[in-house]
Design a protein around this ligand. Structure first.
Ligand SMILES: [Zn+2]
Length: 343
């Protein structure tokens, strides 16, 4: 691996984990005479060791890294940044909206907790919602030390870093970006596209505390990537993706078919809260993975609302979902017609 001009070399650092993520992947990239680190795994001795080993095997040391670029602000991608900066102070790049999250800004954290408190109340979640709020408060305290100790160089769509185009891909997380080298069709995908598992479009507030329609965003971000001629995607977890177009199609179809199942369930349960849909749709996972399950269900409810398949009303401070009126009428008319034609 050489740091020559006009050449691009990617050295994956794949750190296995026993969790369902399979591995934490980050990448040493020589591009346009610079050495980049794309993401940085979790803050563990194992990731630290793998980073050093990979540097050494390729004739580098930590001091040769010129820049760190983060695909998003999740801890399993930002883990080693502080350790690296302690030894070697280099610029760190991330999406501009990542700043309050990476700095663990107290105002941001408190607003986020208040957002979820209101969200779970409005979606009809009772003790599971309350427990999640307690968990969020505990996590906020426990993770204080993870705050990045450097100024972030803010990126946005259309920017370029070492020959890579920055593409905004909100959905899995609001500050998610991917890095695309158009000439070679190489994409650093973070958690936007993972081979062995579909990414959860996590429900989050925007900067003003308004709920983002994250699944709708995620679908649009998948379609955005479909427009690039991609040969290979280097993901944040699991296997390297050598047929990205097929995987993008699979993910888009998966969203469609899950939405359809949820729409059918609502047609039976209506009027119903998101919590009732989640309990019915996910059964066991509702308790064991409450926050992910609620994100998934609320994401699909948002999407179905956007498609005018369903609608919601607020009753006693809770959102109640039912089939979209015009849709219901259409279906009733069709049922009427077919029963008449059978007569
Ligand atoms: Zn991740």
């Amino acid at each position: 691996m050489k740091r020559q001009n006009e050449s691009l070399h990617v050295q994956p650092i794949i750190v296995p984990t026993s969790s369902s993520l399979q591995s934490f992947n980050f990448y040493l990239v020589a591009s346009e005479g610079e050495l980049l680190l794309v993401d940085s795994g979790i803050d563990s001795e194992k990731c630290w060791r793998y980073l050093h080993q990979t540097l050494q095997e390729n004739g580098f040391s930590l001091k040769d890294i010129d820049k760190i670029v983060l695909t998003h602000s999740h801890q399993d991608h930002t883990g080693l940044v502080n350790r690296i900066l302690d030894v070697h102070d280099i610029p760190v790049y991330a999406h501009k909206d990542a700043e309050p999250r990476l700095y663990r800004d107290q105002g941001y954290i408190q607003n986020r907790i208040a957002f979820f408190q209101q969200l779970y109340r409005e979606m009809g979640c009772k003790e599971n919602g309350d427990n999640r709020i307690i968990e969020l408060k505990e996590k906020a305290k426990a993770n204080e030390s993870q705050a990045l100790k450097t100024k972030i160089n803010p990126l946005e769509g259309g920017d370029s870093v070492a020959g890579f185009d920055v593409i905004e891909t909100p959905g899995h997380w609001p500050d998610h970006i991917v890095l695309c080298h158009q000439e070679s069709g190489i994409l650093f995908g973070g958690d936007h596209l993972v081979e062995h598992v579909s990414s959860n479009a996590m429900i989050e507030p925007d900067a003003r505390g308004k709920r983002l329609r994250t699944l709708v965003q995620y679908e649009a971000s998948l379609k955005k990537c479909r427009d690039y001629a991609l040969n290979i995607v280097y993901p944040g977890h699991g296997a390297i993706i050598d047929n990205p177009a097929a995987l993008i199609e699979k993910r888009l179809n998966g969203i469609d078919s899950k939405s359809e199942k949820i729409r059918k369930l609502i047609s039976v349960l209506q009027p119903c809260t998101a919590d009732e849909v989640a309990r019915m749709f996910y059964e066991k996972a509702y308790n064991s993975e409450f926050s992910l399950v609620m994100s998934e269900i609320i994401g699909h409810l948002d999407r179905l609302e956007t498609l005018e398949e369903i609608e919601k009303r607020k009753i006693e401070n809770q959102w109640v979902y039912s089939m979209h009126t015009s849709r219901g009428e259409r279906e009733a008319q069709m049922a009427n017609k077919s029963s008449k034609s059978r007569d």
